[in-house]
Design a binder for this molecule. Structure first.
Ligand code: UDP
Length: 504
């Protein structure tokens, strides 16, 4: 590997840097868009020209954050393509997965993604300097075609961890899950830890849902991603060193861990602007948090896509109430609204927890909230971004996985890095199939798991101490000279070499 030198010649060579142009093309969903925007900002801070390609309604979300970067001297810009809603049979304005009125429209959304090939090609062809590298989300398969046609190197952004990538790779090769029933536990093959799961806890590719088109697409995404030669990962080597190494060895991919990228948001303004949805409330949340003592507040959020059923959410709420501790609970706008509203208001939940329970019905400034010293635990659905953001906050996690690879993320948290406890969910609930789900985690499970990391006792203190240590490692990884900082240099260096710019 000629480019993996300990001392990246890097980027300090400003002549080579001037010719570079990295183009980021994120999937339109918060869990993919937000980390790629963070990553793009980090790269541009190294004085490399960066463009983020997205659609008008998505760019509104982070325009202010990019404007701030530009004001501090970063060569970064947003390029817009129209999202083909009408052609794909989507209601006007549905440019992000979290805004789909129903997950039944996921196939239409994917059609729209495929239709982006032509407009993307036309847009990129015009760019000067000509793109030297495209970093595209793995779900945007059409970008591989565009990159091949324009002869631009493409690197995949995967959006998960190397722990997951290795498990995924090995499961794909060994197919051990095929020999067991859905509810039987089996060992994930050839990984450094002893991790047991049930097939019902695996992501859709190994544990298909009823959307056949989606299942077929997942296979294709995997195929395309497996063929790519390099991937950037939002993780840091100290978190999962063995998995980074093993995954590179087994897959033959180049892997650059450049995270946790949410740490690119340094001050409260960055954190508020990161996902600008209801800026006016944010000061109030911070003020509310200021009124609680350090590490006393429970923060609960299940990410941007979940549509957990009211019965499950009610159990969760009852569990929170039973802890008698202060909490922030983020309820998405798309939950079984009427039933939940009735329970929250008429059944008196909101009244009973008044003062100590802050409900955010909609979008929360998660990174801002998590960085407040009053937060003591994060009850998370284990989306990879949330998991990492929790790690950066230095608080223990209570894991409550719902879908996709989240049960594997839970294993990483609970069994490998040991900074959290499981709330006890048993099976994946595929997006769009929530109506078939049932209560998996009772109010007692919720209360007990929170007490298992918040209360007094040596074991609990040890979990909290480890969580603090990992937060420290994450911060150091991102600082100048840290592993993720270095990997970003190596990535730039790699492209400088691939493009032959080091000779100029
Ligand atoms: N997020 C947020 N506010 C919310 C919900 C989510 O800021 O109310 C952010 C969160 O910080 C994370 C992303 O959206 O960066 C969600 O990604 P994750 O991988 O955790 O879950 P997903 O939404 O993909 O299920």
């Amino acid at each position: 590997e000629p480019f993996r030198t300990e001392k990246p010649a890097l980027a300090m060579d400003s002549t080579a840097l001037r010719h570079l142009h990295f183009v980021f093309i994120p999937l339109m969903a918060p869990g993919h868009l937000l980390p790629m925007v963070d990553m793009a900002k980090l790269l541009a801070q190294r004085q490399v020209k960066v463009s983020i390609v997205t659609t008008p309604l998505n760019s509104i979300q982070f325009q202010a954050s990019i404007d701030k970067e530009v004001r501090s001297g970063s060569p970064i810009q947003i390029l817009n393509v129209q999202f083909p809603c009408a052609e794909a049979g989507l209601p006007e304005g549905c440019e992000s997965i979290d805004t789909l009125p129903s997950m039944d429209l996921l196939n239409n959304f994917n059609t729209a993604l495929d239709l982006l090939q032509q407009p993307l090609e036309e847009l990129l062809e015009k760019q000067r300097p000509f793109p030297s590298c495209i970093i595209a989300d793995k779900y945007l398969m059409c970008v591989t075609e565009v990159a091949n046609k324009l002869n631009v190197p493409i690197i995949i952004f995967d959006g998960t961890s190397c722990f997951f990538l290795l498990c995924n790779h090995n499961l794909q090769k060994d197919k051990v899950y095929e020999a067991v029933s859905a509810a039987e536990k089996f060992l994930i093959p050839r990984i450094p830890h002893r991790i047991e799961l049930k097939r019902s806890q695996l992501p859709g590719i190994f544990n298909p849902g009823t959307n056949l088109k989606l299942n077929a697409r997942r296979e294709k995404v995997m195929e395309v991603a497996e063929k790519s030669y390099g991937i950037v990962v939002n993780s840091f080597e100290e978190l999962e060193a063995e998995y980074v190494k093993e995954y590179q060895r087994f897959s033959g991919h180049k892997v650059w861990c450049v995270g946790p990228v949410s740490l690119s948001n340094r001050d409260d303004i960055d954190k508020s602007l990161r996902s600008r949805r209801n800026l006016s409330y944010e000061n109030e949340y911070v003020k509310w948090l200021d009124s609680w003592s350090p590490r006393s507040v429970i923060y609960v959020c299940f990410g941007s896509l979940n549509r957990a059923i009211p019965e499950q959410l009610i159990e969760l709420g009852m569990g929170l109430e039973a802890t008698k501790r202060p909490f922030i609970w983020v309820l998405r706008g798309a939950y079984g609204r009427e039933e939940m509203e009735k329970w929250l208001l008429e059944d008196g939940f909101e009244e009973r927890v008044k003062g100590r329970g802050l409900l955010i019905k909609g979008w929360a400034p998660q990174v801002l909230i998590l960085s407040h010293t009053a937060i003591g635990v994060f009850v998370t659905h284990c989306g990879w971004n949330s998991t990492l953001e929790g790690i950066c906050a230095g608080v223990p996690l209570v894991t409550f996985p719902l879908f996709a690879e989240q049960f594997l993320n839970e294993q990483l948290v609970v069994q490998v890095v040991k900074i959290g406890v499981s709330a006890g969910a048993e099976s994946v609930v595929h997006l769009g199939e929530e109506h078939k789900s049932w209560v998996q985690v009772t109010r007692e499970n919720v209360k007990d798991s929170i007490e298992n990391v918040m209360g007094e006792g040596q074991e609990k203190e040890e979990i909290r101490e480890r969580a603090r240590k990992y937060a420290d490692m994450a911060r150091k990884a991102m600082e100048q000279g840290g592993s993720s900082y270095r990997n970003m240099c190596l990535l730039i260096d790699h492209i400088v070499h691939v493009k032959g710019l080091h000779k100029s």
